[in-house]
Ligand binder design. Structure first.
Ligand code: MLC
Ligand code: AMP
Length: 504
């Protein structure tokens, strides 16, 4: 019997008394204890009636229990569907229905708000809180440990939703081997080993915190300091005990804004990595000057895991995401024809390899549009290779805003705003923001005679979409700039409001 992902990440933890997770309250969870938690989480999923291939949706605060739950799902072949804790009941309803999830495991604090949508979707509801309270935690305590089931490398492990340009989120189907092959690549590329202690402050419902961070450490026998989120004081306090940290650019700009970030503070660190959003070259340079560390920037996405990385040994070049990782093919193509372009030319970035997902859940046409028959995935990112084979990301062909590492698809917000009373039409764009890199800004064209105010629009969006997707500023114009074809010129709007948050 084999279950390749379980066998590589979790089975080896059995019997190891070493510390695996340093918890927020000061406790330490040994590898063996965590292994036992995974087995009990597997048992609780069995007790809830879940079979291999069933989907479990998970919207819980970050904790060791949450990670054990993911491990338990992998052990039992239950496909896990991790969901941003900021998602509203409306958003959760869509995910459960679309995925046909049999069970939602949610924060006890949100159980009342979520119960109606879960019931309407015909799913079950259990709860798991930050400190391991809740009905799922009770089931873990009561259930006998369950053994892992056999899985093949191409069996589904996770279903991760990414928003779509049409406003409908798509579930990216990730196999056991997608996740395992990438963890193996990253552990090797970034030299992770048993002496590593990763400062883990990323959320565990996205690729970055869940796969890049957690899986790489589990695989390589290291440990992690688990923080519930990014808290600057807590991160500064923990840095002297860590060897590595993975972050989004906001982590680094916040650290740089604090005088406590010094060479001495990070003397024990061997690696800082950045991804999920572009790291400004000036942030890279400032961090290097202050700490002596060149942040290692890499490039990935939900559908592909990690594709390229600056080298561990060798030149880590600011403003680039490095060469392709070993075994991952990255090409740049003409966006119109799909023909591969010569080095130096800018075009669509396409990716092929064991890391690339197998398609969007129940969306055959969407899959065919983005995943070519020859295995190349059309990322929607625009880039070029330089003479040394480093990839530069120069823009996005997809209408997407990345704010603090979270993706916001303007269409999803525009559809809601366009429906608001007094709004003729709207355009949502991303503009520079000192903390989040980009922030969401809405441009509203009032209907004749109407004068909607920002407060009313804010109220309308409350409870409909996650807070981080909601515009941080509303601007009013008599008309949207359009080209001769009638297409809204978002570049004009971005330029016009580019200093709204930076105040330069
Ligand atoms: C929080 N807020 C945000 C926000 N995060 N607004 C815009 N963009 C964001 N990213 C808002 C909240 O709604 C709230 O608004 C206010 O900011 C404070 O909330 P908070 O929860 O206290 O914020 P904070 O903890 O400081 O969070 C900021 C952050 C966090 C940058 C630490 O967003 C974060 O952890 N981002 C990482 C995202 C990530 O892991 N992405 C990986 C995706 S995978 P208000 O108005 O209520 O006060 C991927 C593939 C790859 O992209 O390559 O890795
Ligand atoms: P997601 O869909 O949340 O997985 O986000 C993936 C997107 O994040 C990619 O398609 C890129 O646009 C962006 N991204 C990830 N890493 C980087 C990076 N290092 N630099 C620039 N953009 C990045």
């Amino acid at each position: 019997m084999t279950n390749p992902l379980y066998d590589a990440l979790y089975a080896p933890l059995a019997g190891q008394g070493r510390g695996l997770m340093y918890l927020p309250g000061g406790g330490v969870l040994s590898a063996d204890d965590f292994h036992a938690m995974v087995a009990r989480a597997a048992g609780a999923l069995v007790a809830a009636g879940l079979q291999p291939g069933d989907r479990v949706a998970v919207q819980v605060p970050k904790s060791a229990h949450a990670l054990a739950l993911i491990g338990g799902a992998i052990a039992r072949g239950v496909v896990f569907l991790p969901l941003n804790t900021a998602y509203t009941a409306d958003e959760i309803s869509y995910f459960i229905r679309d995925a046909g999830a049999r069970l939602l495991i949610a924060d006890p604090a949100r159980a009342d708000a979520l119960a109606p949508v879960v019931r309407a979707a015909g799913a079950g509801l259990l709860t798991l809180g930050a400190t391991g309270a809740g009905s799922f935690a009770d089931a873990m305590a009561a259930a006998p440990a369950a053994h892992p089931v056999a899985r093949a490398a191409d069996d589904l492990a996770g279903l991760l939703y990414t928003s779509g340009t049409t406003g409908r989120s798509k579930g990216a189907m990730l196999t056991q081997d997608n996740l395992l092959s990438n963890a193996q690549l990253l552990a090797r590329a970034w030299r992770f080993g048993p002496d590593d202690v990763l400062l883990h402050a990323l959320p565990v419902f996205h690729t970055h915190g869940l796969f890049v961070a957690t899986n790489t450490v589990l695989l390589s026998g290291g440990a992690m300091i688990l923080h519930p989120g990014f808290d600057l004081d807590a991160v500064i306090a923990a840095l002297p005990r860590a060897t590595a940290m993975m972050g989004v650019p906001t982590f680094y700009t916040r650290l740089l804004a604090d005088p406590r970030l010094t060479r001495d503070l990070v003397a024990h660190m061997r690696l800082f990595t950045s991804g999920s959003a572009p790291l400004l070259a000036e942030t890279h340079a400032e961090f290097a000057a202050r700490t002596g560390h060149a942040i290692l920037e890499r490039y990935g996405m939900t559908e592909t895991n990690m594709n390229t990385s600056n080298p561990y040994d060798g030149d880590r070049r600011p403003g680039t995401v490095g060469p392709p990782l070993p075994g991952v093919e990255v090409i740049v193509t003409d966006p119109e024809t799909g023909t591969e372009l010569p080095r130096g030319k800018t075009g669509m970035i396409e990716v092929r390899g064991p890391n690339v997902f197998v398609g969007y859940w129940n969306m055959r046409e969407k899959t065919a549009e983005e995943l070519r028959a020859n295995g190349f995935f059309i990322t929607g990112d625009l880039g070029r290779f330089d003479d040394d084979g480093y990839l530069h990301i120069v823009g996005r062909a997809k209408d997407l805003i990345i704010s603090g590492g979270y993706n916001v698809y303007p269409k999803e917000v525009e559809l809601l705003l366009d429906d608001a009373p007094g709004v003729l039409e709207s355009a949502v764009v991303g503009v520079p923001h000192p903390d989040f890199g980009e922030a969401v800004l809405a441009v509203i064209v009032p209907a004749d005679g109407a004068a909607p105010d920002a407060g009313a629009l804010e109220t309308l969006l409350q409870g409909r979409i996650a807070r981080y997707k909601q515009p941080k500023s509303y601007e009013f114009l008599p008309a949207l700039p359009r080209n001769t074809m009638g297409k809204v010129q978002k570049a004009d709007l971005r330029a016009r409001f580019s200093r709204r948050f930076t105040g330069e």
